[in-house]
Write a protein that binds this ligand. Structure first.
Ligand code: ADP
Ligand code: MG
Length: 734
């Protein structure tokens, strides 16, 4: 599915041509491509010349210089100009054979080796022959050799011409395609580039390219595949995708994407919604806020104001609140909900887990003190209760309905749902959020009214992503924490240091506090292939029997029945259970201010944002809190980096940036958007400056010529008409 989507994205189609023209020619008709190779390409979704031209190199290799055998080192990629001094064929036990050609470059010797060499090749490797070989150098019994080198024949002549594909230039390196040797792939691309680059047509207006000093499309594509000879430094720049040709393609991808994102935002802003946030709502909100047991932080007050201003307009709000774990987003959601309800409308609050929905419901009851009706709907809600809820929804009674994805299940129908709140929105799929929005659409006279939408996330979104994946949202950011919180002391614990950590935990619990222990697995039965990992079940038993016999240890994981989960959580909320051993189900939103210890087993196996979320479960009650990251003595490099970042930083934004850099956007965003970023060459982190430029330019064009009526925007317009932006419809973020 993802594969298919990817193939249909803007970038693979970013190159315009007359539909009947040469660029839609099947690859099979390129010189050197027969049916077999065509089917190999097809397996990679490369079907037409257009697809092939945008199959960009992933790296480059500098073959502008000939190395000297005297300078060889283990592991280096070398290009050598050699003469064959002798060959031999060594039979191997399995019936295969090894072919060796001993060569010299005058300064020293090197062996070229092949297993099972093709026959045609063997005939050409004869004593006295001149060739150029490129490959990775290895030392065997003290002597240098290259296994399966790439060979260029008649090198001297070609090299001097400077027009060789494979040598005497910076050579493109493509993602390997099985069944297609890299040299052959290069040859095919050489053909395609030479024959078809001239037929490429621009989608981008010349004025944009001019103002950004970017080369024309055909020139850029040619230079990306076969960089023209340049200065010494240019190889480094090529490898970093930092040349005008690369910039050009990166810019084009970002520009088209941002144009659609911004256009969608403009359209949303034009849609109709019920204006709320009038005096009645505002005073109800103020009244509740005054009754809170705490003072709202400045960030909370600003977020509330931004929301109430937004929903006061006759167009739907589409806002994201981001703020670190524990900054108090729930209060913002509930207070604004109460304001809307006071104006006679219905509100839905959707959370990703039952535990969280129930916690929100309990909070709402406390906060509203009976003044505002708050109902709960989850998978566990009995049918009779559901019927009652449905009846009240249908009557149009102003109320807050809190729930899990049960809210989007079919039978739930609202009469006038005017405000939708989605907590931990990244935990939901695009489709789930879309369905909830549909429930907020209703007719009013001639108009279709849309609900105002607020989404919340505790995984701060780096700016680059905020502009792309979330580009159609307005953003409120809560940066400060409620007063009295000191940063959680974080420590990586290895080996025997575990004993001290346990002692610290013991003294915390003796002082009346509580602790979480997080394990990566539910039970040992899952451990196949991961026998060394701790499971929550076994660890709970061990801690209860061997380490913390004097305390009550609870066990929580996603495979338990909902009522079991509930009674465990109640035990922990109430303080009767001192230690909660759990899988990451507590990661999202759980709020037990009395807990001061977060101990994470195999911390090296969790992602950064996830660890940060887990740590955010403690440090909520005014006591100094602790996070112990149990890890083996040595972990992978990225594992080490993650643990270090976490030990040093408490800033969710800094952590999210680091996470994005380590994992890339696909993984960072998790399953939901893994395939959604339609970039073939652009990278959010590396190319963020070009993202900003493209965004500014798209914004400018939408301002001056929103419907692309100007003649100079004709090609852009026909591109969008043709491609329709269909892929981008899927990118709905709220
Ligand atoms: P999150 O933003 O992670 O969803 P919560 O809404 O769960 O955070 O709030 C975390 C805790 O902070 C809750 O116990 C809540 O009651 C408390 N809280 C929220 N706002 C304030 C405030 N302004 N002052 C003190 N405590 C607050
Ligand atoms: Mg929350």
């Amino acid at each position: 599915m993802l594969q298919k989507d990817r193939s249909a994205t803007t970038s693979s189609r970013s190159i315009t041509s007359n539909p009947q023209g040469g660029l839609d020619t099947p690859v099979q008709f390129i010189k050197g491509v027969g049916p077999r190779i065509a089917s190999v390409f097809a397996s990679r979704d490369i079907k037409t010349v257009r697809d092939l031209l945008t199959f960009f190199p992933r790296a480059y290799e500098d073959r502008t210089k000939i190395n000297n055998t005297k300078d060889l080192r283990e592991g280096m990629t070398a290009t050598l100009s050699l003469q064959i001094t002798g060959t031999r064929k060594i039979p191997l036990r399995n019936g295969r054979h090894l072919f060796e050609a001993r060569c010299t470059d005058g300064a020293g010797t090197v062996s070229l080796k092949w297993f099972n060499m093709p026959r045609g090749m063997e005939a050409r490797l004869i004593r006295g022959m001149q060739l150029i070989a490129t490959g990775t150098v290895k030392y065997y019994q003290g002597r240098p050799e290259i296994g399966h080198p790439e060979i260029t024949w008649n090198a001297a002549a070609d090299a001097l011409e400077g027009e060789s594909r494979d040598f005497g230039r910076v050579v493109p390196v493509y993602t390997e395609i099985e069944g297609l040797p890299s040299r052959l792939l290069r040859k095919i691309l050489w053909e395609a580039v030479n024959r078809y680059c001239g037929q490429l047509q621009e989608d981008l207006p010349p004025s944009l390219l001019g103002s950004r000093a970017l080369p024309p499309l055909g020139e850029a594509i040619r230079a990306i595949h076969f960089p023209p000879p340049g200065e010494e430094s240019s190889v480094k720049e090529l490898v970093r995708f930092n040349t005008p040709a690369h910039h050009r393609m990166i810019y084009e991808e970002f520009f088209k994407f941002e144009y659609l994102v911004l256009r969608k935002r403009l359209r949303m802003e034009k849609a109709a919604a019920e204006p709320l946030g009038r005096a009645q709502g505002l005073s109800a909100l103020d009244e509740l806020a005054a009754a809170l047991p705490f003072e709202l932080t400045r960030g909370q007050r600003t977020a509330i104001k931004e929301i109430m201003d937004d929903i006061g307009s006759p167009h739907p709000m589409n806002r994201l609140i981001q703020g670190d774990v524990g900054c108090g987003k729930t209060a913002v959601a509930l207070l604004t909900a109460a304001g809307v309800i006071a104006e006679g409308a219905q509100v839905a609050l959707m959370a990703p887990t039952e535990i969280l929905a129930e916690q929100h419901h309990a909070n709402a009851l406390k906060l509203f003190g009976g003044r505002v009706p708050a109902l709960l709907l989850t998978g566990r809600t009995a049918q009779s209760e559901r019927d009652k809820i449905q009846a009240r929804l249908g009557s149009g009674e102003p109320l807050l309905l809190i729930g899990t994805h049960a809210l989007i299940e079919d039978p739930v129908v609202f009469k006038n749902l005017a405000y939708i709140i989605i907590d931990e929105q990244h935990r939901f799929g695009v489709e789930q959020r879309r369905i909830l929005r549909l429930k907020g659409m209703r007719k009013s006279g001639q108009k279709t009214l849309h609900a105002h939408t607020l989404v919340m996330t505790a995984t701060p979104i780096p700016r680059t992503l905020a502009l792309t994946v979330y580009g159609d949202l307005s953003v409120s950011t809560i940066t400060e924490m409620p007063p009295g919180r000191s940063p959680v002391l974080t420590k990586v614990v290895r080996g025997d240091a575990r004993v001290q950590a346990y002692e610290k935990i013991r003294s915390e619990i003796r002082a009346g506090r509580q602790a979480y222990f997080i394990c990566p697995l539910v039970s040992d039965s899952e451990a196949e292939g991961f026998e060394h990992l701790k499971s929550a079940e076994t660890e709970a038993e061990r801690l209860a029997k061997e380490v913390f016999c004097e305390f009550k240890v609870g066990l929580l994981h996603g495979r338990m029945r909902a009522d079991e989960k509930n009674s465990v959580m109640e035990g922990f909320y109430g303080g009767g259970t001192q230690i909660l051993v759990s899988t990451t189900v507590v990661e999202v939103g759980v709020d037990v201010p009395n807990a001061t210890v977060m101990a994470i087993e195999h911390a090296e196996r969790f992602g950064l944002s996830q660890l940060h979320q887990l740590r955010g479960r403690v440090g909520r009650g005014g006591w100094q809190s602790y996070c112990f990251l149990f890890a083996p003595r040595r972990t992978s490099d990225t594992g080490e980096v993650r643990l270090e970042v976490l030990e040093e930083s408490h800033d969710g934004f800094r952590i999210a940036e680091a996470d994005l850099e380590i994992r890339g956007p696909g993984e960072f965003l998790g399953t939901r958007q893994a395939g959604d970023l339609p970039f073939k060459i652009a990278q959010l982190v590396r190319d963020r400056e070009w993202l900003m430029r493209a965004r500014n330019d798209a914004h400018q064009i939408l301002k001056t010529d929103p419907d692309l009526e100007l003649p100079e925007h004709a090609s852009l317009k026909s591109y969008f008409l043709r491609e329709g932006g269909a892929q981008f419809e899927r990118l709905k973020t709220s």
